[in-house]
Design a protein around this ligand. Structure first.
Ligand code: S3P
Length: 173
């Protein structure tokens, strides 16, 4: 079995679904943002003191380390990982990638309620950072092997849909 990697926008549920899917499949789950924070400290601090480029380098390294694990895992990556071409190529080559497709309105609602600090959504000029990011990233997320439209689905339904999708993808290989 290849690693399964969940990609998608911030607040699409990647980390939560990764844990539930890993439990269902009986494998480990890895969260690359958590790995980055363990090694380099809080993400907000990395963005503030070292800049986005350095964060992306840490992210590339964390994704590469997760993919090198011998036993198959479910891996949740940050919302920008699949947007970076080098990281995306690595993921597409070495894993089955799954886009958690959650509608804009739901994402906005969750982000408004979320207490997680997300530097990519901070905009000093008053423009809508979410909108620009969403439009730029959505077509790239669609390059994943599987797209799961999970808006309005429960966690269990989402995991069911991913498992059915994985069976389909594997049958085609
Ligand atoms: C980012 C998403 C975040 C985190 C960092 C950058 C992005 O992860 O990796 O703040 O560029 O979309 P989540 O998708 O888990 O919020």
């Amino acid at each position: 079995m290849k690693h399964v990697v969940l990609v998608g926008f911030m607040a699409s549920g990647k980390s939560t679904i990764a844990r539930a899917l890993a439990r269902r499949l009986g494998v480990r789950s890895i969260d690359t943002d958590a790995e980055i924070e363990r090694e380099h400290g809080p993400i907000a601090g990395i963005f503030a003191h070292e800049g986005e480029a350095r964060f992306r380098a840490y992210e590339r390294a964390a994704v590469s380390a997760a993919l090198r694990q011998a036993s198959p895992s479910v891996i949740a990556v940050g919302g920008g990982a699949f947007v970076q071409s080098a990281t995306r190529e690595m993921l597409r080559r070495d894993a089955v990638t799954v886009f958690l497709d959650v509608g804009e309105a739901t994402l906005r609602r969750r982000l408004a309620r979320s207490r997680t600090h997300r530097p990519m959504l901070r905009q000093t000029d008053g423009s809508d950072a979410f909108d620009a990011l969403y439009r730029a990233r959505e077509p790239l997320y669609r390059e994943a092997d599987l797209t799961i439209a999970c808006d309005g689905m429960t966690q269990r339904e989402t995991v069911d849909a991913i498992c059915a999708g994985l069976d389909r993808v594997r049958a085609l290989r």
